[in-house]
Every structure is written in C-alpha cells, then in structure tokens.
Design a protein around this ligand. Structure first.
Ligand code: NAP
Length: 304
C-alpha cells in the first residue's frame, strides 16, 4: 500500500528513503506549495547519506490539501506541529488507515489520535539518530531502533510488513507507554541540565547530586502515573546514558544552540503537568522547568 510521510525533515527523510529503497511506494507531504516547489526545483529527490555513501531517491511530493486518500501515514514533524498538521489531512485518511507517530515525549500522540478517531495510531519511541545536512539530504547517524506499539490494540498492524521489507530495524511492543515514559524521564534528567550548565552530556557528572534528586522525583512521578516499570533503576540508567554519551550534546542543547524551538512542553513540561494532575510533589522538576523557561526567554526562544 502507498505510504504518505508527513514532514521531510531528519526522521521523515530517513524513513521515506528506506521505504523507497525497498520499492515501497511513498509520497512526501510538505507544508505548502512553496515547499513542494522548492523540493522540485532541487531535483525532486531525497538523499540518504549512510556510512559516507549517498543515494538519492525520486519521491513525489504533495501538499497537505492534496486529494489522494491516505492508507498509511508516518507523522514525522515535531511534537508541536503534529496535531495541526494531521488535522489538516484527517479527512483524507481511509476508514482502516494506519498512522505511525514518531514524536518525542508525550502529549502530542493523544492530541493527534483525537484528530483521527477512525484510524489506528501506532506510537513510536526511537533512539535512531538522523540529521539534515542540507534541505532534502539526511545523514543516518545510526545507533538504536524504534519501538513501535499501540495503546489500544496489542496486535501488530499490517504496515509492519513494509517496515520489515524495508530493513528498518524495529521492535513491536504492547507496552509502548512504558517506553515513552522511560525515555521522557531520561530526557528530563539530562537534557534541561545540559542547557542550563551549557555542557555536553558528560558535564553532568559534575552535578551528580542534582541528577540524583531529579531521578528520585521522576521515579516517584512515574509510580504516581501508574508506570512503575518505567521507574525501575532510573538513576543508574541515567548515569549509564550520561557516561555512554559523554561527548554528545543533547537534542535540547542543540535546539537551543541553533535557536530552534524546543519540545519542552512534551518533555519536562509534560512531566510537571502530570505531577500537578496526580498531586505528586515534584519541587525540583518544577524549579528546573522555571529555570529552563527563564533561560529560553532570555535568549528570545519560545518557552512552550
Ligand atoms: P525536523 O528535522 O525538524 O523535521 C520536521 C519536519 O516537519 C520539517 O521538515 C518540517 O518542515 C516538517 N513540518 C512541520 N510542520 C509541517 C506541516 N504542517 N506539514 C508538513 N510538514 C511539516 O525534525 P526531526 O529531527 O525529524 O524530529 C521529528 C520528531 O522525531 C521530533 O519529535 C523529534 O524529537 C523526534 N526524534 C528525532 C530524532 C532525530 O535523530 N532527528 C531521534 C528521535 C526522535 P520544514 O522543512 O518545511 O520546516
């Protein structure tokens, strides 16, 4: 069946090119006619750069208001763009459409699912890395794979056949929420502090106590939210990640460094809102959110 990939950024391009490589039919859905014109003027191809080898794939592009019905949709925009973008093409989804949501954090998935109640939504939690070298060119930084899962239906969806055929590494799990919560907690314990202390992940080894306090609060919060499995050994995994990625700049650090909007509302912001909703005390998380928002505002960046 035909796939539509919404958003030709880093992950969208990574998925679209791998599907195209396996001869799965793909269409890109870009934000407007100007973006489609720019893509076509650049040759109408997406380039995948992997292990220094590059290969281009001619993938047709269209706008959100095209009329072609959608059977398989990969939503690959940022969390803060997903709900509105999907709302614009919801009427094009078939009754049995399948939708993969690649967004980091939590909150956007439920907002998108509410826009398309007739479709089957699959949530993804990915540790795969990719970045845009230039428009329409993506570098596969590798490492990791996406967990895919559905909150409402533990049976694997039929689109997994194409994912498998495209040699896209992945695992199906009936427990995707645990994965998403765990990744959110790791993000909250690491990313905001790297922005506040202006450091690589490894720099947090100098802030051991602060990291430990945040991990204890996050673990309490996960248990309050009915996610005890996501709380297990959180602190030791955070330390393991900090050490294993000591030389890296976190994604939030890079967003701030490039003056891009962060996904804070779907990460630390979501955690703080969940703490309030469940009346779970989280003073250090709240203080962290205030400090981060103040810093973002001082740089003229959005705080939502
Ligand atoms: P990205 O490179 O910024 O790509 C997002 C794309 O969405 C952009 O190309 C943007 O278009 C497009 N877009 C936004 N609004 C749109 C609309 N209304 N219609 C059509 N296209 C629209 O972002 P990314 O790095 O791929 O990240 C996507 C999600 O995956 C995020 O939630 C991120 O946290 C998560 N994630 C990313 C990675 C990674 O390695 N990159 C890893 C794990 C998770 P323009 O080009 O026109 O701006």
């Amino acid at each position: 069946a035909l796939w539509h990939v919404l958003g030709a950024g880093s992950l969208g391009s990574l998925w679209a090119t791998r599907l195209a490589r396996a001869n799965v039919p793909v269409r890109l859905v870009l934000r407007d006619a100007a973006r489609v014109a720019a893509y076509e003027a650049a040759g109408g191809c997406l380039t995948l750069i992997e292990n220094d080898a590059s290969r281009s794939f001619p993938i047709p592009a269209q706008t959100l208001d095209d009329q072609v019905p959608i059977a398989r949709l990969l939503v690959a925009c940022k969390a803060y763009d997903a709900e509105q973008a999907v709302a614009q093409l919801a009427h094009r989804l078939n009754a049995d459409a399948e939708v993969i949501l690649l967004q980091n954090g939590l909150g956007s998935q439920d907002a998108v699912a509410a826009q398309v109640p007739h479709a089957r939504c699959v949530f993804a939690s990915s540790t795969e890395g990719a970045f845009r070298k230039a428009d329409w060119q993506v570098v596969f930084a590798g490492h990791g794979f996406p967990w895919l899962g559905s909150v409402t239906d533990p049976a694997p969806p039929s689109l997994l056949e194409d994912v498998r055929a495209s040699a896209i590494p992945h695992e199906w799990t009936p427990d995707i929420l645990t994965r998403l919560w765990r990744k959110l907690a790791l993000n909250c314990a690491i990313n905001p502090l790297t922005v506040l202390y202006d450091c690589r992940n490894g720099g947090l080894l100098d802030h051991h106590c602060e990291v430990a306090t945040l991990c204890a609060e996050l673990a309490d919060l996960l248990r309050c939210c009915g996610q005890p499995a996501a709380a297990e050994d959180l602190h030791s995994e955070v330390l393991r990640v900090i050490k294993a990625t000591a030389a890296n700049y976190s994604s939030m650090y890079q967003d701030v460094a490039h003056r891009r909007r962060t996904e804070i509302s779907y990460l630390l912001g979501y955690a703080c809102a969940a703490a309030a909703r469940h009346r779970c005390p989280a003073p250090h998380l709240l203080q962290l959110q205030t400090r981060l928002a103040t810093l973002l505002a001082s740089k003229g960046l959005r705080t939502d």
